[in-house]
Design a protein around this ligand. Structure first.
Ligand code: COA
Length: 535
């Protein structure tokens, strides 16, 4: 491998301008994160604490090993939706280390509408379980939830990936030998009762945790029986009579300690081995990424400038350096882990697709995780390229990405548009993790292009009727589309709807990728298996 060298002057006006703009975006992002971490607000927090309960993030802090990081996922789910009444969609999910084991943690935030589930809450819960399945990570559910958010029942109850899928996943995960543990720290009503009931082992907190299929009001309405929540489904009943729970805890802290003790009894996973090297910091300061991350999607960025600020020693073994330069491919190390990197430098041509496909084959055969650095406007268009078979070659790359048997990780550092998103391991292509930088943008095409397409269609319609196109109306249409794409293309819009696993600070990218790779080693990488490549 050789050390990459930068062509960027950190003293240039362009660098300084971008740096300022990116730091401003980052500050806005951090401010939003601080706001959503306040959960359901002061009154709800006071009420929660007055019951002797810890907050969701405090519970997680106690559960994970001291001085280890917690990788929170989709912290800004539901942001700018539901009048912002569901910060983090009322649930905290992420990857933490418990007794040395990377684990999935799912904690309801009962200060947000009683920890009830809207559509994004379910998406977050299911996404956490998906990560657990792909990487064989034990799951801990810290349950404190009123179940389905009843006004939204039609959006959250009946469909395949709605509320019921949570319990289906628990059964499937358990059958795969992936431990399912619940700590009941509050309400588990109706469907919610199945989270602990479906778990391999369950802990319940005295006078706080309750589990029942129907709560006291429902029991009264249905049978006339008057019963308190504690009598109906409290810790005492479930640990001494019903057997729905296995361990009786005095309080939150005690319950968390019991859960950590259970971890001592879990079998060790069969880990994938990788050829590790001593960790080296990048030769170029990752903070310089602020002066490089594109603010205007049209600004070209040499992706090697990004790579050299992410990888160990800024060292890179480039593959096909002289061929198809709109995509950089090559091997490097991140915190000692070997990685293959595909990074965009412009649009995807036929030869770019072939280069990417070849490189993915190398990574899968060598069992090296792949990192996709996305800044892509899409595949090249035009008569010449169609004739050459851009669709055929592009399909090869999409095939290779879809079938790559090694873990994939995607970072959107600029734009992510059209089929370029698919070819570079967008959400639908199951990267193990997908993060966006605050400056990133995502949509089916850029706003300008979408506006041009739609205005052209309208103009053609008038032409076909031999009528003059109403220019003012078309201008208005164009502006509306631009405005819509501008709003819907932002990283916030994406992260609110879980099209990604979160927005990250550019400087944390290296650390997050290393954590992701480490997590992925809990499942052995299968041997390569590809389908039919259209030749
Ligand atoms: N659907 C919609 N909103 C719900 C809800 C539900 N299932 N459960 C609670 N909420 C809302 C409340 O209306 C309240 O909203 P507000 O802050 O706008 O007033 C907020 O969540 C907090 O509820 P509250 O009852 O004041 O808090 P609590 O901490 O004392 O009790 C629960 C929380 C969850 C134990 C209790 O609200 C409850 O039993 N809810 C019904 C649970 C149920 O039957 N679920 C069936 C779903 S399948």
């Amino acid at each position: 491998m050789y050390k990459l060298s930068s062509n960027i002057s950190t003293d240039s006006a362009g660098f300084k301008e971008k740096r300022e703009a990116n730091l401003k975006l980052l500050e806005e992002y951090k401010k939003k994160i601080r706001e959503i971490q306040e959960g359901g607000g002061e009154n709800a927090i006071d009420k929660h604490r007055s019951r002797g309960k810890l907050l969701a993030r405090e519970r997680i802090d106690l559960l994970i090993d001291p001085d280890t990081p917690f990788m929170e996922l989709s912290a800004m789910a539901a942001y700018n939706q539901y009048d912002n009444k569901f910060p983090s969609a009322g649930i905290v999910t992420g990857i933490g280390i418990i007794r040395g084991r990377e684990s999935i943690i799912v904690a309801n935030d009962a200060t947000v509408k009683g920890g009830t589930y809207i559509s994004e809450t379910i998406k977050k819960h299911l996404r956490a379980q998906e990560i657990a399945m792909e990487n064989r990570l034990p799951c801990v559910y810290m349950v404190d939830s009123g179940g389905v958010f009843l006004p939204d029942q039609a959006k959250v109850f009946p469909d395949k990936f709605d509320f019921g899928r949570i319990f289906f996943n628990q059964a499937r995960l358990s059958a795969e030998g992936i431990p399912q543990l619940s700590i009941v720290m509050g309400s588990c009503t109706a469907g919610g009762a199945y989270v602990p009931a479906m778990s391999d082992e369950t802990i319940i907190v005295k006078k706080q945790g309750t589990i029942f299929i129907g709560g006291p009001p429902l029991v009264k309405a249905a049978t006339g029986e008057e019963v308190t929540a504690e009598e109906l489904g409290g810790a005492d009943v479930h640990t001494s009579a019903s057997g729905v729970s296995d361990h009786f805890a005095e309080n939150d802290k005690h319950a968390i300690q019991i859960c950590r003790n259970i971890f001592e009894t879990l079998p060790l996973p069969e880990r994938q081995t990788l050829d590790l090297a001593p960790i080296e910091e990048p030769a170029y300061d990752p903070e310089e990424l602020y002066g490089i991350a594109p603010i205007e999607i049209k600004q070209p960025v040499d992706s090697k400038e990004i790579i050299m600020r992410l990888v160990d020693g800024s060292k890179f073994h480039e593959f096909k350096q002289r061929y198809a330069p709109t995509m950089t491919t090559g091997f490097a190390r991140i915190m000692g882990y070997p990685v293959g990197i595909l990074a965009n430098n412009g649009v995807l041509f036929s030869e770019t697709s072939l280069k990417g496909t070849h490189f993915i084959e190398l990574c899968t055969h060598r069992k090296i995780p792949i990192i996709f650095l996305q800044n892509i406007t899409g595949f090249i268009v035009g008569k010449q390229y169609e004739k050459q078979g851009i669709a055929r070659d592009g399909a090869k790359l999409v095939h290779a990405v879809a079938n790559a048997t090694v873990p994939k990780f995607s970072i959107i550092f600029g734009g992510s548009f059209g089929a370029g998103n698919y070819a570079m391991a967008g959400r639908a292509y199951e990267p193990r993790l997908l993060f966006m930088w605050p400056n990133a943008r995502i949509s089916v095409m850029g706003g300008d292009q979408a506006a041009d397409v739609l205005v052209t269609i309208k103009r053609d319609q008038f032409k076909a009727k031999n009528k003059k196109a109403p220019e003012e109306e078309l201008k208005k249409l164009r502006n509306e589309i631009l405005k819509k794409y501008n709003y819907e293309g932002s990283a916030y819009y994406s992260t609110s709807r879980l099209w990604d696993d979160g927005i990250i600070d550019q400087v944390d990218t290296r650390k997050i990728l290393a954590m992701g790779i480490s997590m992925s080693l809990n499942r052995k990488f299968p041997d390569p298996k590809f389908g039919v490549f259209r030749m």
